[in-house]
Design a protein around this ligand. Structure first.
Ligand code: SAH
Length: 240
């Protein structure tokens, strides 16, 4: 039997485990979704796969579930980071949601020379990633990192991680991931203003960078993020 409602819980999951609900989860489950004692929901915590759990206590602001059987093992996404320059709120939310659905392992908002946003609400973006995982059947939740400077991220770039640098200056140039190999990867998407010339000069010279064009049209950053993840997943990820 598959339960339709899936909840992320920050709690250990295993047979017989008792899981307390947060106030918000109790409200959602019992108030909004009209569930009650005896109903079954699916739980995941990003570590232990997916489990069914039965409601054993349902209050207005609290509740308890009892874990019964495992329905999915933990399924890790490929080791892909999505680094992107935050844009307007709704579009940034969209990028995080889509990245979680598309199977990014880590989401890193970066501040570039032309980034419009000075700060982000990391906790809110993380909640979007959780919601996306609940919705798409995933058992893993990508971490949304704090906003960091692109230059700093590149200064401390981990050895062996390749970078798919999506450069709008290459629009229509037909540069693809054709020669790229497997392993840890990151995608980099710029802000609405694009990359500065200084950034471009540094990025193209990096030995781990692959400059890629996303077709003959300039895409908005949110479209570019989804397009880049699609291309990467198809070429090197878990779609094969
Ligand atoms: N204002 C810029 C466009 C920025 S688009 C200009 O007019 O040139 C936002 C980001 O999406 C870019 O920084 C790049 O990372 C990505 N992007 C959009 N279209 C692209 C394309 N055709 N090829 C590669 N990257 C693209």
């Amino acid at each position: 039997m598959t339960a339709k409602i899936r909840l992320y819980v920050d709690h250990q999951l295993g047979q017989g485990q008792s899981v307390p609900l947060t106030r918000e989860q109790a409200h959602y489950l019992f108030g909004v979704m009209r569930q009650g004692v005896g109903n079954t929901v699916a739980l995941f915590n990003g570590r232990d796969g997916e489990w069914l759990a039965e409601v054993v206590d349902a209050g207005k602001r609290s509740g308890t579930l009892s874990v019964t059987t495992q329905t999915k093992p933990l399924q890790m996404p490929p080791d892909l980071w999505l680094c992107f320059a935050p844009i307007k709120k709704a579009r940034t939310d969209f990028i995080v949601e889509k990245a979680a659905e598309m199977g990014a392992a880590r989401i890193i908002p970066v501040q570039t020379d032309f980034t419009n946003a000075e700060r982000i609400r990391q906790d809110r973006l993380q909640a979007h990633a959780v919601e996306a995982a609940e919705q798409c059947g995933g058992t893993f939740v990508p971490e949304v990192a704090e906003l960091q400077k692109l230059s700093r991220l590149l200064d401390h770039w981990p050895e062996g991680r390749q970078l798919m640098f999506c450069d709008e200056a290459e629009v229509g140039a037909g540069k693809t991931l054709a020669d790229a190999g497997p392993g840890p990867w990151a995608i980099l998407i710029g802000p609405e203003g694009g990359f500065s010339q200084d950034e471009r000069t540094r990025l193209v010279a990096l030995p781990f960078a692959h400059v890629v064009s996303l077709g003959p049209r300039i895409l908005r950053a949110d479209t570019a993020a989804v397009a880049a993840m699609t291309v990467w997943q198809q070429a090197l990820g878990d779609w094969q």
